[in-house]
Design a protein around this ligand. Structure first.
Ligand code: NAD
Length: 417
């Protein structure tokens, strides 16, 4: 994977690209390109052998004009201050594009979680939760899962927060297990919005998703669910990959069976009856739809020349560098952006929070129906902006819609002090 682009600079460039089509003051745009505050901390945690290890951790609160800061917590060796800032900014515009009442935040710990035991990870997570406690809260900042975190970590953070605050506050974090105040439909929500975006995109472009060929990079939560639900629409998923490499079958993979295999073996590689391919080969396959669902910067300007898909729907955050975006726009490859296509995660997080605060829980059908309404409405507004302003691509359209919403809240609230 190419890693040279700084994701924070990518975010700022995306905002500038969209701002060129909006009549907004420079100082307001500058404010929208930078976080309001960033916590940087070092967690000193006792390991199983009694040694104490230090872990660098961050939480960026990017913008709270439209509501409490909202965004996931990532555990990865490449977590950096700039990455967390970028991811927190993308959350602002993601929440705005689907019009849910949140601002944007993001957090992360520089760690390879595979190298630690479950009890060590619990102490590391609770230590982070202790540092986050003054910043987070049901109406203040609401974390969620991201790469390498899930229900287990969310349950620990909720428990630490509630214990220290001597209260019950399930809405302080989302992505929890059902038994801890989670929502039906949350685990599949990100992949579901990717599927809904792909479905709407094909419909808008006058193409048939039934029978379309699909490649999915990254087979974790977002990628594997997107693959499964897109296969359910009648598409043929010919290739998937994870950090160990990719697999290809021209006749189509059974996405559920591949997921079962990955659960058992830890990787999709060597799945029976498939051909091994590299990640680069996967990204340049001649398919109708490419779904990058791993990490940022998967496709740079150089690789973008070799992308052979007609449509790209971004399940990952920031998988294309701005250079790649320019190349694909030039080549008329239609890219449907992350801030819409993976917004299902935060949308159902919002539903979880609503349910937590009302202490009244919805059925899975209700969650999925409400999510579909949100994504389809957002898609229509994006297309409306794209056509009305004759914009170069759908990403710029998404930012135009989102920035306008954030600026409206900021302007109507007034500047104080
Ligand atoms: P995950 O940890 O469940 O899965 C990530 C997958 O990517 C794994 O299969 C991993 O092996 C694979 N991967 C890592 N490096 C790779 C590489 N170089 N090439 C190919 N595959 C590689 O994480 P996730 O939750 O599915 O998140 C994936 C992306 O989706 C991230 O960008 C994340 O920010 C974004 N996202 C996730 C959610 C969510 O609710 N989970 C919501 C919005 C956005």
């Amino acid at each position: 994977m190419v890693q040279e682009a700084n994701p924070f600079e990518s975010l700022q460039e995306q905002i500038d690209d969209a701002a060129a089509y909006l009549d907004v003051r420079d100082d307001v745009i500058e404010r929208l390109k930078n976080p309001e505050r960033v916590l940087e901390t070092n967690l000193a945690v006792e390991m199983d052998d009694g040694d104490v290890e230090l872990f660098r951790a961050y939480r960026s609160q990017f913008n709270g004009d439209r509501g409490p800061y909202k965004g996931g917590i990532r555990y990865h060796p490449n977590v950096s201050r700039d990455e967390v800032k970028a991811l927190s900014g993308w959350m602002v515009y993601k929440c705005a594009v689907v019009d849910i009442p949140y601002g944007g935040g993001k957090g992360g710990i520089v760690i390879d979680p595979k190298a630690y035991s479950e009890s060590e990870l619990e102490r590391i997570t609770r230590s982070f939760a202790k540092e986050l406690r003054p910043l987070i809260g049901e109406s203040r900042d609401i974390p969620a899962p991201d790469v390498n975190t899930g229900q287990r970590e969310m349950n620990w953070i909720k428990d630490t927060y509630e214990t220290l605050e001597n209260t019950t506050a399930p809405g302080v974090i989302t992505g929890k297990a059902l038994s801890n105040g989670g929502s039906e439909g949350r685990v599949e929500a990100t992949g579901r919005s990717t599927m809904l975006t792909a479905r709407e995109a094909f419909d808008y472009l006058g193409r048939d998703i039934e029978g379309a060929t699909v490649a999915v990079q990254g087979y974790g939560n977002a990628g594997s669910v997107a693959a499964k639900l897109i296969e359910d629409l009648g598409a043929t998923v010919v290739a998937v990959s994870d950090s160990s490499g990719g697999i290809y079958d021209a006749d189509g993979l059974d996405t559920r069976a591949v997921k079962g295999f990955k659960n058992e073996t830890g990787t999709v590689s060597d799945y029976e009856g498939t051909e091994a391919i590299s990640n680069e080969e996967l990204l340049t396959l001649d398919v109708d739809l490419l779904v990058p669902a791993a990490l940022e910067n998967a496709i740079d300007g150089e690789l973008a020349h070799d992308v052979n898909a007609d449509v790209v729907v971004e399940a990952a955050n920031g998988p294309l560098t701005p250079d790649a975006d320019d190349v694909l726009t030039e080549r008329e490859v239609h890219v449907f952006p992350d801030i819409l296509a993976n917004a299902g995660g935060v949308t159902v997080s919002y539903f979880e929070w609503v349910q937590n605060r009302q202490r009244f829980y919805w059925t899975e059908d209700r969650v999925n129906d409400e999510l579909e309404r949100v994504i389809v409405d957002a898609f229509e507004e994006l297309v409306d902006a794209y056509e009305t302003h004759d914009l170069p691509n759908f990403r710029t359209a998404a930012y135009v819609v989102a920035i306008r919403r954030v600026v409206d809240s900021y302007d109507s609230a007034g500047n104080w002090p």
